[in-house]
Design a binder for this molecule. Structure first.
Ligand code: AMP
Ligand code: TRP
Length: 348
């Protein structure tokens, strides 16, 4: 039995990964894996992606693409269990059990849920929405979207996850999982561990076209995708919103655009922001942006090649993910017996 603490995280296969996913989560996955300090699980959250009702061919393609991202960036099946969420059949049992301990009101209060629900509205409508109108929309919302945090808690608790590397948009979901653990343990005896979030120094990267909004797959115009080609990277960074003035200086309030670009440069180069400011003292935005574009393009050059090569051989990807899913399913099959016994659900 491993004595290393269990570390687990998942990403939804909902489209190409952007720099926010990378600097907030994926880069950290690789570093945490390579530290050797944890028993790591990383998975493709394909069941969560289903809450957005994707077309089957898109979901299929995105699952392979995310698996290739995982492997190309350096997640290693020899060091981590890399798997597909939908292949863990006992996950449904745990999700159901946890849902019986969850008041609906807690789920309806989740910020991520509210944002998703309101996404369909125009910004002007969003601002002046009434409680009645909101309730009306909620009634039409698919139940999966409401239950989303329960499934996420099950993902973590199934493997006794203690540490969960995520961006800050997931903190509320993690807090919810912790509440569930306390509730369950109090009622049925010590069964789960309260998971803790692990965040990077970039827990919330902002959008290139609007630095007041977080970089998000749902707003592709503000995203820099990690598999973007050099030319696209350059174009996107050149047209990224900057601020008045010309000084390359970190100031979140007065210069949110440049500050966000500084965060990107620091995140990728490992240099502190103050050192970058010094390097570009007296330079204009144009020079700084060109340098950032080169950095981003170079940083992901090998990744792009590896990803393309992996996608040429989908059978290789499938083999790795299948093997990982089998390992995770074994752990889940054992844990679910313990959980059911605690609940009084043992086989008669
Ligand atoms: P998702 O694509 O929603 O499954 O997100 C994958 C991971 O990326 C999660 O841990 C998110 O918290 C993280 N993430 C998403 N957007 C950002 C962002 N703009 N900045 C930092 N982390 C992010
Ligand atoms: N909800 C997460 C996101 O959107 C993805 C996710 C699903 C996850 N299950 C998880 C993350 C368990 C960490 C642990 O990014």
């Amino acid at each position: 039995m491993s004595v290393k603490p269990v570390l687990i995280s998942g990403i939804q296969p909902t489209g190409r990964l952007h720099l926010g996913n990378y600097l907030g989560a994926l880069k950290n996955f690789v570093e945490l894996q390579n530290s050797g300090k944890y028993q790591c699980y990383f998975f493709i959250a394909d069941l969560h992606a289903l809450t957005e009702n994707p077309a089957a061919e898109d979901l299929r393609k995105n699952i392979y693409s995310l698996a290739a991202d995982f492997l190309a960036v350096g997640l290693d099946p020899k060091k981590s269990i890399i798997f597909q969420q939908s292949q863990i059949k006992f996950l449904q049992d745990l999700k159901w059990i946890l849902s019986t301990l969850t008041p609906v009101s807690e789920l309806l209060r989740m910020t991520a849920f509210k944002e998703k629900v309101l996404q369909a509205l125009k910004p002007s409508e969003r601002e002046k929405i009434t409680k009645e109108k909101f309730d009306e929309i909620v009634e039409q919302t698919n139940f999966g979207l409401i239950e989303y945090p329960v499934l996420m808690a099950a993902d973590i608790l199934m493997y006794d996850g203690q540490l969960v590397p995520v961006g800050n948009d997931q903190l509320q979901h993690l807090e919810f999982a912790r509440t569930l653990v306390r509730k369950f343990n109090r009622k049925f005896g010590q069964t789960f561990i309260e998971p803790k979030a692990l965040m990077t120094s970039t827990p919330r990267l902002m959008s290139l076209d609007d630095p007041s909004k977080k970089m998000s797959k749902s707003r592709p115009t503000g995203c820099l995708f990690i598999d973007d080609e050099s030319k696209t990277i350059e174009e996107k960074i050149k047209s990224a919103v900057t601020d008045s003035g010309s000084e390359v200086r970190y100031d979140e309030k007065e210069k949110p655009g440049i500050s966000n670009l500084l965060v990107i440069m620091s995140g990728l180069s490992g240099q502190p922001i103050t050192a970058i400011e010094k390097e570009f003292a007296g330079a204009n935005y144009g020079k700084f942006k060109q340098s950032l574009a080169n950095l981003v393009s170079d940083h992901f050059a090998i990744f792009r090649k590896k990803k393309a090569a992996l996608l040429q051989k989908p059978a290789g990807i499938k083999k790795i993910i299948d093997a990982g899913s089998k390992k995770a399913a074994k752990v889940a099959a054992k844990k679910i017996i313990e959980i059911k016994e605690k609940l009084g659900l043992q086989k008669i």
